[in-house]
Each structure stands twice: as C-alpha cells, then as structure tokens.
Design a protein around this ligand. Structure first.
Ligand code: FEO
Ligand code: CA
Ligand code: CA
Length: 718
C-alpha cells in the first residue's frame, strides 16, 4: 500500500476575483514618515484608552532582555524534544491516556476500543487553555496557578496509528466497519481534564468530575443569526437549532466570562458530497468551502451499517426537504464553539455570528468595561482572509462569572469584518452584512438573508473585496500595545500564474533548492488599529517578521541567524504573566531537512519599528510580477528579540500553548510526531519516523501535551 498523503485539508478554494495588488505605486513611500512617528509607540499608547491600566503597572510589565535569558536551543532532526538548559519538559497527557476510572492504560497497538475513546485523550493535540480552579476544586478561580482545568483540542488523527496493523493493511474509504469509524470520530474533538501541581509538577486527576471528552457526536446548540435558518435544518434538528459534534478543532480562545472557545478548521474534507439535485448556487458554495469529496477523506459516510450516525456525513439531497436528510449538515460545521469547562454537563454552543470558514482560532482583544468584546480570527486556506468580530454589547464586568449565558449576550449579536490590506500600509475592516452594498448586490452568489451571510462568510468577504492572504493561522493581541499579530504560514500558490498575485502584505515568492515554490517560509503580519480602538474599522499594518533559513540570502528579509531562523509560523501566543513575551510555534515542511518544528520566544516591539523596503527573492520567479515589491517590515531580528526555545521530535508540528497565571508553568502540544511514516510500514516499527515520546525504537508515536518548568522555579522564558 502506498503512503496516504497526510491531509491537513488546506484546500485552495478561493477563485474570487477581488484585487491582489499586482501593481504597487511609489506613493507608499510617504508612509515612511508615518513609520518614523510610530517609533516609541508604547509611550504613545499610554495616552490612549489603555493609559490607566498600562501606566499603573508598566514597570513590572515591560519586556526586558531578561525575558530571553535562556540559552539558545539548537536546530536538530533527532527524535527528541529539546528545551534550554535549566528547563524540564515532562509528558502530561498523551494520545489515549485515560480520563476516567476503570479505563485501562493505552495499549497503543490499535486494540483500544472505539468506546474507550470517549474516556481517553483524543489525537493531534492542538490549541488549549489553562483555566484556574479553586483550591478545593469546586469552582472557577482564574488566578489559581496550582489547580486548573486544561481544555485541549484534538484537531485530527493519524489514522494508521489508531488501528491494528491488520486493519491498516485493508484501510479504504469505502465499506468501512462501524467500529473503525467510531474510533476515528471519537479521537477528534476536545478534552477537558483537571490538573494539579503536587509540588513536584502538574499531574492529571484521572477521576475528576470535570473530566470530559467532547467529540464529533456530542450534542451542540446552534446560536446566533444562522440558528433556525432553513439552511441549517437537518434530519437531526429539522428546526436548524442543533447539531451533533465539533470537528477539526484547531486553535482556540477564551472569554472574560470563563468559557473556552474551540475553532473548527478543516472539516470540509470529512464530508462525502453527492451533487445531484443541488442548484448551481448551492454547488458554487460547496466548491468555495471545499465540500467536494467523493467519499470523504476517511469514508465516514461509507459505513457497512446503515445508520443515521454515518449517513450524517453525506451532503446529499436524498429526501423531499432539508428537514429529512443531511443536505445541510456541512453548514453546521465551520464555527467557533463555546464550552463551559466548569459545567461538565453543558451543551456547547456554536456561535454563528463569528462566521463560518476554516476557523484557525479566536483571540480576544483587550477587554475594557463599556467597550465591545473583540475577536481576531484567521481562515487557514490558501488565499483566505483575516476576520474580526465586534460584539454589539459593551463589556459589563458583572458578567465575569456568566458562563454560556454571558456568551449569548456577547457572541450572538455583533458585526463580522474581513480585512483589506492596502499597498500604502493602511487597511480597513469591511463589514460582512447585507447592509453593505457590495455584499447585498453580489452577483456570483445571491445572499438570501443575514443567516446566509453568516453561513457563507467566505463569499461575503469575496464580495467585500478582502485581501487574499498566505494562509492565516493564529492571531495574538499584544497586551501592552493592543497590536494584533497574525501568522501567515506559507502559500505554495503565491506568485503562481492564475493563482495569487503578489501584494505588499504577501510579498514573497521564490524557489528553494528542492524546487519548491511560492511563499515557502511564511511571515507574521502586524495590525495597529486606528486610535488603538479594537472596534475601529481602519488600521495600519507592517510585516513584523519573515520566516527563512538563515543562509537564504535575500529571502531572509528579517535577518534571522542560526539562533532564531525558522519556517512556517503557525502558533502564536502572548504571555499574560510576562507581558511583552510572545511565543511562535512552527508547522513546517520547507526547512525540515535542517530542523524539526520548533518554538521561539520573541519580544516583538511595535508597529513601525522597522522600515519600508523592497523585498527581493533569491531565485527565479515562476510567474510575472514585481519581484522587488515594496513593503513595510518590522525591526530586524537579533538574539535579543528572538530566540529558539524548543525543538520537537521527528514529523511533529508544535502547536497549542497555554500557561499558568504566574508564568511558571508552560503547556505545549506536540502534534502528529511520525506523521511521515508510510502506511505500509505499520508492520515494521523500525520504519516509523518517530517513536516519541516512548523513544524505545518500537512504540507508535503519540501526540501529547508537555509541561515545561524552570528547574529553579522561575518564570518561563527568563
Ligand atoms: Fe490547524 Fe491551520 O492549523
Ligand atoms: Ca495551526
Ligand atoms: Ca499549520
């Protein structure tokens, strides 16, 4: 059997004709003046809306060189996890670990049952949040650094490592036994586990009443503008107000009212699609979302047993109306989902006001009483958009313990915007609503109502003329400057004829020694909202940092050295304990001959701390266009502002990060070690790409959460 290409599902579905700035005018040079004004921005901001809070404890918060006081971790391609000297990393929660009494240790040979996965860790750990629990373990205490709930996303699966070797040999996308499908389904979703610091580090409480698995079968409520729409009706919920499950939970977020947000990313490929009976407009919407698979990537709709549980994976008109079949099932995925981890019996709520796309994550802006709640969100596919949600209601601190009912107040009514990056370094947020003429009058897709606009955010953003980006992944908001950072991981089609033209916000394309082309190493864009108001509709931007091998000549725009060169930025996280400290995690395939994926610590400065310059490419461009594109670049990297902190084992990506409120414990996820193992090699453990974390030369690799502490008990990153 040949190796099945590991499918992260980053389909290329954006053929909308909105502008990508093929040509750039010299007028942008005037922006240098603005950049000069941006110097010393933190001081400037003290006069802004955050003045009171920031001035009060600025001395203790300003990031200093001491924050990067650790020794550089060298790049490597070994099957080990490395952290700086003086730090320790321990496994806390690995694929298959039990979370309830009576569930045995994980056999890790494919024999663990599908039912047991309702009480075991799922696969492919991704975004996560530490949420403090009271000392006695009864209720929320956000500030408790020694007892908490860890909410962990399980984004995907490495299918071959979940089944027995015999089963793997006969894997197919048709005629699938129900037990195999059930196991794969149950290994997705979210874990909520209680953890406690015993004095010698965090351990799991395997019998906690808070422990819970949420899977693609867990009942969910549909909330917000799309709830009750006929486009959400299914046989399961003819009223269109509920669905089962959450899927491909990638990155995450949290709320000021103590709930967890999990974001549905590459769900489209899980569905089987049959076209007969759909209108041309419906088919165009399916195409725009990548709902085009003949069997679904795992064949979950192709079960040997006829059952509603499997039929629901089939997007097809099989009955007289959407109330009787699953033609609309895919419309109930692609959302931000809110969960109250402190209420183990709660029904999670899908927040449709925040839009439907390949949601990477949802990171909140700075919360200010009386001001709207704001979330920044990426849509991770080639040429997709950056979004912002702004609640209709201003924040009322009396809602701080409000749970999902508070969520109803802030996340069900608001405005959704998509970002436009202008060549001159300015930008704007365009509202996705029928109140916008471009959306209301869009002819390629006629929106029926606001529910339709929510369900088809990508099409609304096409209509609004949003800028096609190089795969927006995580977002982060700098707690001192309120500036927004978005990782753009890579785009193999940037610069490719007929695909995505260059623009100043996505300015690079080049070819590496192996013949790969496009924006291979990714970059991180930075947004400064107008007047520092998170609800602003205008902003300025620059590119904070470009990924590159240190020896890649002009491709290495940010001047990376061996101590900090990286490729494929994905995870991005601002410490709340050490304000100003940012973590960057990589999910890379362009630099992995030199190093496995990694995590770096950064002190990112502020918008405008660099210069406007021309970005040239090392190798021959493979389509026409401006190969000396002028853009706006942040301050160059140095060992003082960017340093490698961790390198993972073979075949993994580093993704998912959270910390205790005191900054002394960091939780990091190692996802899909060994993912490049050939399926046919399952019978021969010596061919596994990785055996991490066992490291025994025999075991199957496992995704896992690791806990990182400093041996002297100090703050992480110092
Ligand atoms: Fe799930 Fe875009 O990473
Ligand atoms: Ca990611
Ligand atoms: Ca990624």
């Amino acid at each position: 059997m040949t190796k099945r290409e590991f499918d992260h599902g980053h389909d290329d579905c954006n053929s909308a004709s909105n502008t990508t700035f093929e040509t750039v005018l010299e007028e942008r040079m005037s922006r240098r003046e603005a950049m000069k004004l941006g110097a010393g921005l933190v001081g400037t901001l003290l006069l802004g809306p955050f003045a009171a809070e920031a001035a009060e404890d600025l001395p203790s918060r300003v990031a200093s060189a001491a924050l990067l006081g650790f020794g550089v971790v060298a790049k490597h391609t070994g099957d080990i996890l490395t952290v700086p000297q003086g730090y320790t990393a321990k496994i806390l929660y690995a694929l298959g670990d039990p979370i309830a009494e009576g569930i045995g240790a994980y056999a890790n040979d494919g024999s663990d049952t599908s039912e047991s996965f309702l009480f075991r860790s799922g696969d492919h750990h991704d975004g996560m949040s530490y949420m403090g629990l009271s000392a006695e373990g009864t209720h929320r205490d956000a500030g408790n650094a020694s007892r908490g709930l860890l909410c962990v996303n399980h984004e995907n699966i490495t299918q071959m490592f979940l089944h027995t070797a015999q089963e793997v040999r006969s894997l197919s996308v048709t005629n699938r036994p129900p037990s195999q499908i059930d196991k794969e389904v149950n290994a997705h979703g979210v874990s909520i586990i209680e953890i406690r610091d015993t004095g010698s580090g965090f351990v799991r409480n395997t019998v906690s009443g808070f422990n819970r698995r949420i899977t693609p079968t867990t009942p969910m409520r549909l909330c917000g503008p799309a709830s009750g729409s006929s486009m959400m009706a299914t046989r399961y919920s003819p009223e269109g107000k509920a669905t089962r499950g959450t899927l491909n939970n990638c990155s995450n977020g949290s709320t000021p009212w103590g709930t967890y947000l999990t974001c549905e990313e590459n769900w489209a490929g899980c569905f089987k699609k049959s076209a007969p009976g759909f209108t041309p407009q419906e088919l165009s919407a399916h195409k725009r979302y990548g709902i085009t698979s003949e069997h679904g990537k795992y064949g979950w709709a192709e079960c040997t047993r006829r059952d509603d549980l499997y039929e629901r994976w089939h997007v097809a008109k099989t009955a007289g109306s959407g109330r009787e079949d699953y033609r609309n099932i895919a419309n109930t995925f692609g959302w931000v989902v809110e969960i109250d981890p402190y209420d183990p019996g709660c029904t999670p709520r899908k927040r449709t006001a925040m839009g439907r796309f390949a949601h990477e994550g949802a990171v909140g802006g700075i919360v200010t009483p009386g001001k709207p709640i704001v979330y920044y969100m990426g849509d991770d596919s080639k040429g997709e958009y950056i979004y912002k949600y702004v609640s209709a209601r201003g924040w009322d601190p009396s809602d701080a313990q409000g749970g999902l009912e508070a969520g109803d107040r802030y996340l069900d009514e608001g405005k959704l915007y998509a970002a436009v990056f202008n060549a001159d370094g300015t930008g704007e947020w365009r509202e996705l609503s029928l109140s916008d003429e471009a959306v209301a009058g869009y002819t390629p897709y006629r929106f029926a109502d606001e529910a339709d606009v929510s369900i088809h955010s990508r099409l609304a953003a096409d209509a609004a003329g949003a800028t096609k980006m190089d795969r927006p992944e995580w977002t982060g908001v700098h707690p001192l400057t309120a500036e927004v950072y978005v990782t753009l991981t890579n785009n193999a089609d940037r610069g490719k004829a007929g695909k995505y033209g260059l623009d100043p916000a996505n300015p690079r394309y080049y070819e590496d020694a192996s013949g790969k082309k496009g924006n291979l190493n990714g970059h991180i864009i930075r947004i400064r909202e107008e007047g520092s108001e998170a609800s602003a509709t205008a902003f300025e931007w620059d590119v904070y940092l470009f990924g590159a091998p240190s020896d890649s000549g002009s491709v290495n725009v940010s001047g990376l050295g061996t101590e900090n060169d990286f490729s494929g930025p994905d995870g991005l996280f601002f410490s709340q304990a050490s304000k100003g400290l940012m973590w960057i995690q990589t999910d890379d395939s362009a630099y992995t001959r030199t190093s496995n994926c990694m995590m770096l610590a950064a002190l990112p400065g502020a918008y405008g701390d660099g210069e406007s310059l021309r970005v040239t490419s090392r190798a021959v461009p493979y389509s026409g266009g401006d190969e000396n594109l002028l853009t706006h670049v942040g301050k160059k990297a140095s060992a003082e502002n960017l340093k490698r902190f961790l390198v993972g084992p073979r075949g993994c990506e580093i993704t998912g990060i959270t910390e205790t409120p005191d900054g002394r414990t960091l939780f990091v996820n190692i996802q899909h070690p060994g993912e490049n193992t050939a399926e046919g090699g399952i019978l021969d453990p010596s061919t596994y790409e990785s055996h991490w974390p066992a490291g025994d030369g025999f075991s199957r690799p496992r995704s896992a959460t690791v806990v990182i502490t400093k041996d002297d008990g100090g703050i992480i990153g110092t």
